[in-house]
Design a protein around this ligand. Sequence first.
Ligand code: NI
Length: 167
Amino acid sequence: MALLPILRYPDPRLHTKAKPVAVVDAEIRKLAADMAETMYEAPGIGLAATQVNVHVRLLVLDISEDKSQLQVFINPEILWREGEHEGEEGCLSVPGVYETVRRSERVRVRALNLDGQPFELDADGLLAICLQHEIDHLDGKVFVEYLSRLKLGRIKAKLAKQSRITV
Ligand code: NI
């Protein structure tokens, strides 16, 4: 396994729309394993392939306390959504920024697993939020883009300042 570099907002590559995975093969399984390692190391609870500059529809997440429940979603699709939820989100591609985003409260997702088998999952709470956040990444959307222009401008300035300090 290998740690992968994570793209940082406002890297324009984060706006790439990812392509569906055609075949779930050894290469995809290796990517999922590397992404999981990268996510745990960061540490974060979710990571989309877009964030490691691989533009295929694959995401990993683990919302368990002890980091023992890795979930992999290949070609995820939201089939159904219900309700509204407002909560604070962060993102490994936007370090140090936490902002309130409005999302659906419950979603039903269909995806393929690492064996290439389809499954459906009804999610609510943190899992539902995380799935919507990561699927957005696959569509080229970063959570801060839900915020007002003014707020987004402030965030970009803050990130630019951070990168000057940390180089
Ligand atoms: Ni993110």
